[in-house]
Design a protein around this ligand. Structure first.
Ligand code: NAD
Length: 492
């Protein structure tokens, strides 16, 4: 089954950080795939900007290598590659200085009428200086937009500063704050499931839902990013953005339309309704963890301290939180949030656990009636599973069992899902902000996160250790079991 591909408008996409890891692994492969699918018009240019004076040919070599390294070899064909490389330009600019900008202005002068997107794939401390230079060299056109990556600050105050630097030059409708989780097919399907079907929305509340689990688990440790990660930790790196965005889409009220501000207004209300966690209750509601050595997939793995080359650190590589949304729909329904590095496997999922049936008509020989569960999987294989009770087939008596009704998107549609960046980059060019965060969402997320981090420090909340390849510290199991529930992998 294939979908229609509609070409986007003519554009110039300027990638600051055009030689970085993000450009090599995600942005260039995503743009190549969209070109291959016929979505990029002839008048579509990609202009890499970096500090190093690579020259045009040097940059083409870099792009070619990036595609060979990060696109499946069957998907790299010479014809598509030649077409894609013809779109590429390069400009060496040290964004902290004045040189290079006139050359960039000259390249862009050839496309004044086009959509002009500036992608800041650089460290956030360069956002302000890039924005100032863009203004100084008159590069902003009516059709300009800017794309920024996480981390959007390290707390509420620094996020405000990042935003202020950008908003001096761009207005809010031009700012695209990427959270690539929102570009995942399953996340968009969550909205289709809730709002394009009759059967789920009437059940989507505290009357029928017992609790919800959101897990984002990684097998990998911190790897090369140790230096950055140790100043950040799982709370800032994963919970503030990806996990809270998943929570918002799961818990929000139906927006009046699938349009940017309607959806973002509803997400914002969820963030504002999160019950505060601070020094009074952080110990009961949150667990911090850090991985020790262990083994993943039969291979021995190092501890976090070994990975970062330090003797001590109390940075958390794992967090579990019991969150509550204090509104009419969700009163009394706990949301268990969890993320960590070096866990049992790479899994991202939302698990909606329904309440038990109100009365059983079956006697004890039928067996236990398990609760219905809806599992929305983002990783590794995107899809959904609805677990329902059925009668065990056969002529025996009435015996009940829970079975999964499984839908894997790859199997159903016969194609693998596009990478989230493909969808999001096209949305930037189309000017559609529905899957991007508004500044007030980012601020509201930090308003909930900041007191938790402050409480950890002020009360010296313990960092529990866990073995690499496990599912986090046992305290995380205790957190959910205190409520009479179990994490999905521990349940029957
Ligand atoms: P990187 O270190 O691999 O690349 C940095 C890029 O910035 C290089 O192209 C370099 O030339 C350019 N640069 C640095 N200083 C410059 C200057 N003064 N003038 C001009 N160019 C300069 O970084 P990265 O991993 O690609 O990450 C870029 C940003 O994206 C960071 O903010 C990071 O947090 C964020 N991010 C990265 C990833 C990822 O997968 N790599 C994922 C999410 C967010």
């Amino acid at each position: 089954m294939s979908s229609r591909t509609i070409q986007v408008s003519p554009f110039d996409l300027v990638v600051f950080g055009g030689t970085g890891d993000l450009a090599a692994r995600k942005l260039l492969p995503a743009l190549y795939q969209r070109d291959r699918a016929g979505q990029l018009p002839d008048e579509g240019r990609i202009i890499g900007v970096a500090r190093k004076a690579l020259g045009h040919d040097g940059y083409l070599k870099f792009v070619r290598k990036s595609l060979h390294d990060h696109v499946k070899s069957v998907e790299v064909d010479e014809e598509a590659l030649t077409r894609f490389l013809a779109r590429i330009d390069f400009c060496a600019v040290d964004v902290t200085g004045e040189s290079g900008w006139p050359e960039l202005a000259e390249i862009l002068a050839a496309g004044v009428e086009r959509v002009r997107a500036f992608y800041y794939a650089v460290s956030p401390d360069l956002f302000a200086t890039i924005s100032t230079h863009i203004q100084q060299f008159n590069l902003v056109t009516p059709k300009s937009r800017v794309v920024v990556e996480k981390p959007l600050g390290t707390d509420g105050e620094s996020a405000r500063a990042v935003n202020a630097a950008i908003s001096c030059v761009f207005s809010e409708h031009q700012v695209f704050r990427i959270d690539h989780y929102l570009g995942k097919e399953t996340v968009q399907n969550l909205m289709a499931l809730r709002f394009a079907n009759r059967m789920f929305e009437p059940l989507w509340n505290s009357m029928h839902i017992d609790h919800i689990q959101i897990t984002v688990a990684e097998e990998l440790g911190v790897g090369e990013r140790g230096g950055y990660y140790d100043g950040s930790g799982a709370m800032r790196d994963m919970v503030q953005n990806h996990i809270l965005q998943l929570l918002c889409l799961t818990a929000m009220e139906p927006p009046d339309a699938f349009q940017a501000d309607s959806v973002r207004d509803e997400k914002l209300k969820v963030l504002k309704s999160l019950r505060r966690i601070d020094e009074r209750n952080a110990e009961q509601c949150t667990i911090r963890g850090q991985y020790r050595n262990g083994s993943v997939g039969g291979q021995p793995t190092q501890s976090y301290l070994q990975d970062i080359g330090q003797d001590e650190s109390d940075t958390e590589t794992f967090v579990a939180i019991r969150a509550e949304i204090a509104n009419w729909r969700w009163a009394g329904v706990p949301f268990f949030l969890r993320t960590g590095k070096r866990l049992g496997n790479r899994t991202s999922e939302i698990v909606v656990n329904f309440r038990p049936i109100s009365h059983s008509i079956f006697d004890h020989t039928a067996g236990r009636i398990s609760q219905n569960r809806l599992i929305i999987r983002l990783q590794p294989d995107e899809g959904m599973t609805l677990e329902v009770m059925i009668k065990d087939p056969g002529p025996g008596g009435m015996r009940l069992r829970r079975i999964p009704l499984d839908m894997s998107f790859v199997e159903t549609f016969g194609v693998s899902n596009p990478d989230a960046y493909e969808r999001l980059l096209m949305d930037v060019i189309r000017g559609n902000q529905t899957l991007f965060m508004r500044h007030d969402e980012v601020a509201a997320a930090w308003r909930w996160i900041d007191p938790i981090i402050a409480a950890w420090h002020n009360t010296s909340q313990r960092v529990h250790h866990y073995a690499g390849g496990s599912w986090g510290p046992s305290a995380s199991v205790a957190l959910i079991e205190r409520d009479g529930r179990t994490w999905l992998e521990d349940s029957d």
